[in-house]
Design a protein around this ligand. Structure first.
Ligand code: XIL
Length: 360
């Protein structure tokens, strides 16, 4: 089965948008009509309050994205304020926008240590944990089966600093179910929607240094074990929250992605942004440095494979999570995203656009 999260219409939209961006009218007129260039879809994490209240943001999302993913609206704390209760209103705002504009939709996320409601701490046994986790996944996947084509089933399973390849992050599901929570989650999602592209998503696997090598090793270890057990894992998501002041390990990343690809997995760039709080210099230089960092990262990934999608974690600097943990000391706004705070494209967008159309 081929797993794709682009509807046919969205794929055609992506092609014509890319053609419009690259070709002069004359070139387009003499180009063969069967557009030969494959185009990697672009998308962004979207937040529902901005979608509701900010028209410029809404228009930019419809203009630039072929794929969207809710930034928080499908996390446990939003969907499950209390046990036995599901609240879909905010997720549905994003779903309605995707339908209205015929955008592909990714879902995020089922098994993550973050954004968990308090009540899950009252889960008292393995059987109860398995029941809560699988019921949640069944309920949410079946509700959105006809519109969500890809899920981040498991997010950030590796501890920040793994001390062994088999190290797993400890949180409610791993505490009760051990490493089994991962196959349980993937199998529950696949049982409800066998067509969905199911993704294991991780951060901090792209830099030079022992910690990052250890994170790649731990991720490789999990993936290999899942594939050996025939778990329906289809792709690995590289979050790519890139730090402007860390060097990309081009060889390490390329080798890592090649290996995953060799195992039959697809690769997604799921949450790219460039954390820019330490960047000195005027805005223009900062924007160039941000774009250069993404270029470095994408170069290493594309040297190994063409990813299924490039998503950034937010679309415009007007709405970004970066200052939550990485606010600039000089009081200036962070500029981690492809559009500035007035919805104008920055050099980062040009880099993304170039890679999207790159032949590999
Ligand atoms: C972040 C959101 O951007 C914030 O708005 C929220 O408060 C916390 O989560 N990795 C992930 C995302 O997989 O879900 C996180 O999103 C950012 C890091």
């Amino acid at each position: 089965m081929t797993y794709s999260f682009l509807t046919r219409r969205a794929a055609l939209g992506a092609l014509s948008a890319a053609a419009a961006g690259t070709m002069s009218r004359r070139a387009a007129a003499i180009a063969p009509s069967t557009a030969p260039t494959a185009v990697v879809p672009y998308g962004a994490a979207i937040n529902s309050p901005a979608l509701t209240n900010d028209r410029a943001y809404r228009e930019a999302a419809a203009k630039y994205c072929q794929v969207i993913v809710p930034e928080s609206e499908m996390k446990w704390d939003e969907l499950r304020p209390s046990r036995g209760e599901y609240r879909f209103e905010n997720a549905d705002i994003i779903v309605a926008f995707a339908r209205e504009h015929r955008l592909a939709l990714r879902g995020h996320t089922f098994a993550w240590y973050g954004a968990m409601p308090e009540w899950v701490n009252t889960i008292a046994s393995a059987a109860e944990a398995e029941r809560e986790l699988t019921t949640h996944i069944q309920t949410v996947v079946s509700r959105y089966r006809d519109v969500v084509s890809s899920w981040d089933v498991v997010n950030e399973p590796i501890p920040d600093k793994p001390s062994a390849v088999s190290d797993l992050r400890q949180f409610v599901w791993s505490r009760h179910l051990g490493e089994n929570y991962i196959p349980i989650a993937f199998r529950a999602a696949a049982a409800v929607d066998p067509k969905a592209m199911l993704v294991l998503n991780e951060y901090d696997v792209e830099y030079i240094g022992a910690r990052f090598q250890a994170r790649r090793d731990a991720l490789r270890h999990i993936v290999r074990r899942l594939l050996d057990q025939n778990v329906p894992l289809h792709a690995v998501g590289l979050q790519a929250h890139l730090y402007a002041d860390r060097a990309i390990d081009r060889d390490g990343l390329q080798a890592f992605v090649s290996e995953l690809k060799g195992w039959g997995l697809k690769i997604l760039i799921t949450e790219m942004d460039v954390i820019d709080d330490t960047l000195p210099g005027p805005e223009q230089e900062r924007d160039a440095a941000v774009a250069a960092k993404a270029d470095d990262f994408l170069e290493a990934v594309f040297a190994a494979c063409r990813p299924e999608v490039i998503l950034t974690w937010g679309l415009s600097d007007r709405y970004t999570w970066v200052p939550t943990y990485n606010k600039r000391a000089d009081g200036r706004l962070n500029r981690p995203l492809p559009l500035d705070d007035a919805m104008r494209p920055k050099p980062l967008m040009a880099v993304i656009d170039r890679f999207r159309r790159r032949a590999v």
